[in-house]
Design a binder for this molecule. Sequence first.
Ligand SMILES: *Cc1c(COP(=O)(O)O)cnc(C)c1O
Ligand SMILES: [Zn+2]
Length: 447
Amino acid sequence: MEQLSPHRPFQAHLECIECGESYDLYQVLYRCKKCDGLIDVVHDIEALKQFDAATWKDTFARRFRYPGYPFSSGVWGKKEWVLPGIDLEHVISLGEGATPLIPLHRLARQWGIASLEVKQCGVSHTGSFKDLGMTVLVSHVVSLRARGIPIQAVACASTGDTSAALAAYAAAADIPVIVFLPEGKISTAQLVQPLSNGAIVISLDTDFDGCMEIVRAVTEDQSIYLANSMNPLRIEGQKTISVEMAQQRNWELPDWIVIPGGNLGNVSALAQGIRLLHENEMIEKVPKICVAQSSRANPLYLSYQKGLKDLQKVQASRTLASAIQIGNPVSYPRAVRALQDFQGVVEQASEDELANAAARADLHGLFNDPHTGVALACTEKLVSNGTIKPEDSVVVISTAHGLKFSEFKTGYHEGNLEDVESTIGNQPIRLSADVERVRDAIKSRIS
Ligand SMILES: *Cc1c(COP(=O)(O)O)cnc(C)c1O
Ligand SMILES: [Zn+2]
């Protein structure tokens, strides 16, 4: 695959989001040494701007679903915007990204809005958008090790999907993995993924926030590399969601993007992608953002109600949207910036609302996980309260594959989810093998 050859090399460095201190990219650093602020990867925009928008659009288009490794990946097809300096030999890709953007015309008509599309980020190697960040983080670890930085293992705290993605990419790279999971709070599919990939799985008698504290302590030793989204390398991969979405919509973003939020890395990534598109003059108009939370784990919602000054930490309680059961989100300062830059709002959904919203959208051909259910339920609320207007176009970010949450899907249709009234539960019709009874049963369902 032909690559662009700039005069001024494409490059990126680390930068503190609070005090602006800058650091070399090739080191182990998660927080500013001066002020303890979060760190971003910052790209040399002047270098990127050596090529005009038309050249970038054309380059990305040629690489989209290109048959060769690793440019076939939705992330590495945008390598110059992600990790420009990486040696292609160090890239660990499992074919992430390039996920479908599915229009739901009937549902948009029902809701009375101009258009509704769902970005299916869960249609991916380990079944969630976490793959987009992990391919970059693990590839970066490979390149750090090649530079002689003694990283022995990678580690994360997880509500399930992060550990599945980390375990897969690290196994592909032959790097040991340690994952910390909250005992009994993740789905069976999510637990079996890291186990299958040979990860050291430590199940802790605490919640996600408790696991996060442990992993932070363990990774103070620089030989164990932190893979949570506090680490900005993750954000670099995940931000390609915005770029890919723009590409799939002929370089025009929608009026609204609705995204479920837990630790708030993904909304920060979404915003980073939009900023980069705008700075490179690839899009004219920027979208508004809605972060959707479970009402049982709603620290951003509560903070938003209070004008986004201080983070309103909560003790998250058990929710079907288990991947966003987080009360003390690490990327809160990044998310605040995202909401401020893109006229953001925060909405919340109850268990009943998220489960029924997921089921209703399933009737349009999707198979929604509970987190996408949260986003869909919040979108419906914004439509009914007039925040989203009839002329608006909307993209909902679907974060995981419904097959990872089969207990949720089955429970809904069997009508045994706690605090959920399954308004459209569907069950098999059990009959003896008698053709007349079968005909009668069919007749009663299609008129
Ligand atoms: C991780 C995750 C989220 C939340 O993303 P954050 O970056 O933590 O806000 C939402 N949905 C699913 C399925 C996830 O795995
Ligand atoms: Zn700083």
